[in-house]
Design a protein around this ligand. Structure first.
Ligand SMILES: [Zn+2]
Ligand SMILES: [Zn+2]
Length: 227
């Protein structure tokens, strides 16, 4: 059985027109990857081989731990731990090339890898749709914001997959959205700072845009909203 996390319609994540559509896309891909790894993939021995070798990052283990399906997680960890046990850190080197490949990677994550692969493909689809589909170009222009990491990745993808003229036009469209979004954000963060001065930290801001300015700034800079 082949995984189906790639088939998310691009227009679906752009249609809400608020927040960053690529953050939304990433969340959907993550949800699907977690659902897959704790569901259908449990019956796929070749996937288990990969999860045993790659492991999971702390963030994704925490998300898996938070889901209902604790038995799936226990089964994944059971075979992952067996693999780790067979690859102790102090295992004697058997050969110059063998030793390197056998070391467990502390930073590996099967879920992150799956999401990143799908995300890159979706970025390419976004660029190509923008270049050939006028309706999508309008939908794109109507976005309120992209977080900065996703804007940078999208601009890089456009340079990679589009012709020079289209890539430049795409980056101009992206920059128009980013300028407006960043200007609003900076205004709100400054307003928050001024309110803090005046009110000594109490009841900062009547207006919601100002109240969550700090968490929105963190999101814009990192793609992640603080809890
Ligand atoms: Zn984003
Ligand atoms: Zn991960």
């Amino acid at each position: 059985m082949k995984e189906k996390i790639y088939t998310i319609p691009v227009s679906e994540v752009f249609e809400p027109g608020e927040g960053c559509p690529l953050c939304r896309l990433r969340e959907t891909l993550e949800e699907r990857a977690l659902e897959y790894i704790m569901g259908a993939a449990m019956m796929e021995p070749d996937v288990r081989v990969q999860t045993n070798e790659q492991g999971f990052c702390a963030a994704h283990l925490a998300k898996m731990f938070g889901r209902k399906n604790r038995l799936s997680l226990a089964l994944l960890l059971e075979s992952r731990l067996a693999w780790v046990d067979e690859h102790p850190p102090a295992k004697p080197r058997r050969g110059l090339f063998g030793a390197k490949a056998e070391q467990p990677r502390p930073d590996g994550c099967y879920v992150c890898t799956r999401i990143d692969t799908a995300f890159e493909e979706m970025l390419e689809t976004v660029c190509r749709m923008w270049a050939k589909d006028q309706a999508f170009r309008t939908l794109f222009a109507n976005q309120a914001c992209f977080c900065r990491p996703h804007a940078l990745r999208m601009a890089a993808k456009a340079r990679e997959v589009l012709g020079a003229k289209d890539a430049q036009a795409f980056q101009d469209a992206l920059e128009t959205i980013d300028r407006a979004c960043l200007a609003r954000l900076r205004e709100d963060v400054s307003a928050y700072c001024r309110l803090y001065d005046y009110q000594s930290g109490s009841d900062r801001g009547e207006n919601g845009g100002v109240r969550d300015a700090v968490s929105r700034a963190i999101w814009y800079l990192t793609s992640n909203k603080p809890d």
